[in-house]
Design a protein around this ligand. Structure first.
Ligand code: CMC
Length: 432
């Protein structure tokens, strides 16, 4: 029998069961709290709330551990690739040769967006924010593929393999088409001979008469970037996907909501904010120390972007991998990016500073990812879109976990009302 947690309220005691995860994570099961005590659990920001039981990703924030389906991120970064890891995130296990072949083919064969969607993408203003365009297009996938987005769970699950491939492949295609359209350029057609990442770079950058030539270091760095972003348990955007999915919404509607949640600078927008910060520091001639002082004072509203994490109270393991990959990429490509020196200075200074140490603020995945993306030729306003392309398998897998759970209830938190107490309507002529 599981341990019981006892809550004492006035003279009454209430017992609640506990739940243990496979990695010794412990939770008090408060599902009957309100019906038995009249109280609800108050946890603004959800720092102490387990919103679900999931089998996809494990994070130990204190130890700096991240695993997809049980496999450490370090092993996947070294030995797997984005699509193989995506398969495992979606379906639970590493694929066999034939399963992987079939999955890669399905993603490749679904890379082209419908001609109507390609036309719609041209309708956005050239300076439209790419995340705004992406969110609209993800939602619109349900209009261009209505047979995959019926909001009937059984039907949507039957078509899951196809819908997942469309979501993963066409996020990248739509993003590249929107980018080219914003540059006043015609879109490129997907090239089925290329890997997922190389095809994306081809869609973005190939020009007529100059076919895309893959550079192994670039291909590897982009694939690694995507793999490292592929899932991250119940973060803001993934929780949003699950919230929307819990109402029975189709996959495309759910991931469109996830992409909106990703947009903000505290979440996926941080990679853009890091580069902006590094550029500002460079332009001011500061070596980073004045900025650190400003971020510590909190008065200017500035934060050291790319530092800190709700869950990691130790190094984000993705930051370690990407920091190393960043150095190697720049080295191999012969790129001298002054922002890298500033980033290194900031990291060293922050890791030796009591403000950051005492608050357990370490570099997160975004601290170096912007420098990598810049070296790959991706413009800064597309950085968060790159995060979305990488995170798509995680969002899709979380949608599937909800859709496959027959006991799933609609997600509906409670609140503590603090507005005016009961009062009467005052007719207009009697208002002061
Ligand atoms: N720079 C300076 N101070 C910070 C920072 C930072 N980057 N992050 C947190 N703090 C301070 C904060 O001011 C607070 O200090 P005090 O206790 O004196 O009030 C303390 O650390 C705790 O901060 P918090 O905001 O309560 O922590 P949180 O868990 O709610 O926020 C976070 C996590 C990631 C939103 C935050 O650390 C942050 O804003 N970081 C910068 C943005 C960033 O890099 N985001 C990307 C996250 S990783 C990618 C992803 O998964 O989305």
């Amino acid at each position: 029998m599981s341990k019981q947690a006892v809550l004492k309220l006035d003279d009454n005691e209430f017992a609640f069961p506990t739940i243990e995860g496979v990695e010794d994570e412990k939770a008090v099961d408060f599902r009957s709290l309100r019906s038995t005590t009249g109280y609800v659990a108050y946890d603004e920001g959800y720092g102490n709330t387990g919103s679900c039981q999931s089998e996809i990703t494990f994070i130990d924030g204190e130890a700096g551990i991240l695993r997809y389906r049980g496999i450490p991120i370090e092993q996947l970064a070294e030995q797997s690739d984005f699509l193989e890891s995506s398969y495992m995130i979606l379906y639970g296990d590493l694929p066999s040769q034939s399963q992987l072949h079939e999955f890669r083919s399905r993603v490749r064969d679904n890379a082209a967006v419908s001609p109507l969607m390609a036309e719609a993408l041209k309708g956005f203003a050239a300076d439209a924010p790419p995340m705004g365009v992406l969110g609209s297009m993800l939602g619109a996938l349900s209009c261009y593929n209505p047979e995959l987005a019926t909001n009937d769970r059984a039907v949507d699950l039957e078509n899951f393999d196809q819908a997942a491939a469309v979501a993963i492949a066409q996020t990248a295609t739509a993003a590249a088409l929107a980018f080219r359209s914003s540059q006043g350029k015609e879109g490129n057609a997907p090239d089925p001979s290329l890997s997922f990442g190389d095809n994306f770079l081809h869609l973005m950058f190939s020009e007529k008469g100059q076919p895309y030539e893959a550079i192994p270091e670039v291909s590897r760095a982009l694939d690694l970037m995507l793999l490292l972003h592929a899932d991250h348990e119940q973060n803001c955007s993934t929780s949003t996907v699950r919230m929307v999915a819990s109402g029975g919404a189709n996959l495309f509607a759910s991931v469109a909501a996830g992409s909106a949640a990703l947009w903000g600078p505290a979440h996926g927008g941080a990679n853009m904010a890091v580069i902006k910060m590094l550029e500002e520091i460079r332009a001011s001639g500061d070596d980073g120390s004045s900025f650190i002082e400003e971020a510590k004072s909190g008065q200017s509203g500035k934060r050291l972007m790319g530092f800190g994490h709700r869950v990691y109270k130790n190094f984000d393991p993705r930051a370690k991998i990407i920091g190393k990959a960043c150095e190697e990429l720049l080295d191999k490509m012969g790129i001298d990016d002054p922002c890298l020196d500033i980033a290194r200075n900031l990291e060293q200074a922050a890791l030796a500073d009591d403000y950051f140490v005492s608050r357990n603020l370490y570099p997160n995945v975004d601290f170096y990812s912007g420098i990598v993306l810049r070296a790959l030729g991706i413009p800064a306003d597309m950085f968060t879109v790159m995060f979305a392309i990488g995170r798509m398998p995680g969002w899709v897998a979380n949608w599937r976990e909800i859709a496959m759970n027959p006991k799933m209830k609609i997600n509906r938190p409670r609140q503590i009302y603090q507005g005016p107490a009961l009062r009467d309507y005052v007719p207009m002529e009697s208002r002061g």
